[in-house]
Design a protein around this ligand. Structure first.
Ligand code: KIV
Length: 283
């Protein structure tokens, strides 16, 4: 029987050279499917702002919206480690506020850990949350909450100084007590260096083959989100077409009275029906 994947499983996986699998999930049904498939971790990512809520970025997502989705996911998953993404401005103003908000993910929404964006500049915050007994996953590289600073969703760490800064960010997060680091949209060779430099696992998204694990936005993997598909997102299915075909067929079936069929209906006894007919005549 599969057992619960934990913070320690992340560390063991790196030690034993076993790749970690992570996907985003935002609701009960998907969490159940991911968990049944044996995924190691489910990230309730603030990417839900784009793929679920239809916003242009993740910046507007609120903590209450995140907690709602975390609670839905928690009901669907038994074994996967559950990681809640702290949204923009819920961990930036003070360590106290960061701890309180991180605590809500654990206490109210049954998450096992939180993720937050930023490296060196967030190290003290990570330390404070970890001190409060809440496991923290870091996230560096293309950190979507900084889209207004980056001027768009761009690959990070291509210049020497930026690449060195990312290595320092990773080391600072490790030192602060993070149990893993997401590396998003960074050159493969840089992700390789970082992965070898830190003892905690790196989880890549657009960071190449040498990371200790991989994460994707599940809607990208399934081909359900077509507004924007990043180069790094491998589409394993084209559910948008499948769903479109199914719904078009349903619309046509209803209009042509091919649905519902007898097998989709409920019966009533002849005796009750007879009484109903005579009642109908009396009316
Ligand atoms: O919000 C999210 O889904 C993420 C992943 C892309 C890592 O941060």
């Amino acid at each position: 029987m599969p057992s619960k994947f934990t913070r320690l499983s992340f560390l063991d996986a790196k030690k034993n050279n076993k790749k970690i699998t992570m996907l985003t999930g935002y609701d009960y049904s998907m969490a159940q499917i991911l968990d049944d498939c044996g995924i190691d971790a489910i990230l309730v990512g603030d990417s839900l702002g784009m793929v679920v809520q239809g916003r242009d970025s993740t910046v507007e997502v609120t903590i209450d919206e995140m907690l709602y989705h975390c609670k839905c996911v928690a009901r669907g998953a038994k074994n996967a480690m559950l990681i809640g993404d702290m949204p923009f401005l819920t961990y930036h103003t003070s360590a106290d506020e960061a701890i309180r908000n991180a605590g809500r993910f654990i206490q109210e929404a049954q998450m096992n850990a939180v993720k937050l964006e930023g490296g060196k500049s967030m190290a003290d915050t990570v330390k404070a949350i970890v001190r409060a007994q809440i496991p923290v996953m870091g996230h560096i590289g293309l950190t979507p909450q900084s889209v207004n600073v980056f001027g768009g969703f761009k690959v990070q760490g291509k210049e020497e100084s930026a690449a060195k800064a990312l290595i320092e960010d990773a080391l600072a997060l490790e030192e602060a007590g993070a149990f893993a680091i997401v590396l998003e949209a960074v050159p493969e060779a840089l992700a390789h260096i970082i992965t070898e430099k830190v003892k905690i696992p790196t989880i890549g998204i657009g960071a190449g083959r040498y990371c200790d694990g991989q994460v994707l936005v599940v809607n990208d993997l399934l081909g359900m989100y077509s507004d924007f598909t990043p180069k790094f997102a491998k589409k394993y299915a084209d559910l948008k077409s499948t769903i479109t075909d199914s719904i078009s067929e349903y619309i046509s079936d209803v209009r042509t009275q091919q649905f519902p069929e007898k097998q989709h209906t409920f019966s009533i006894s002849d005796e009750v029906l007879k009484k109903l007919h005579s009642y109908e005549k009396e009316m």
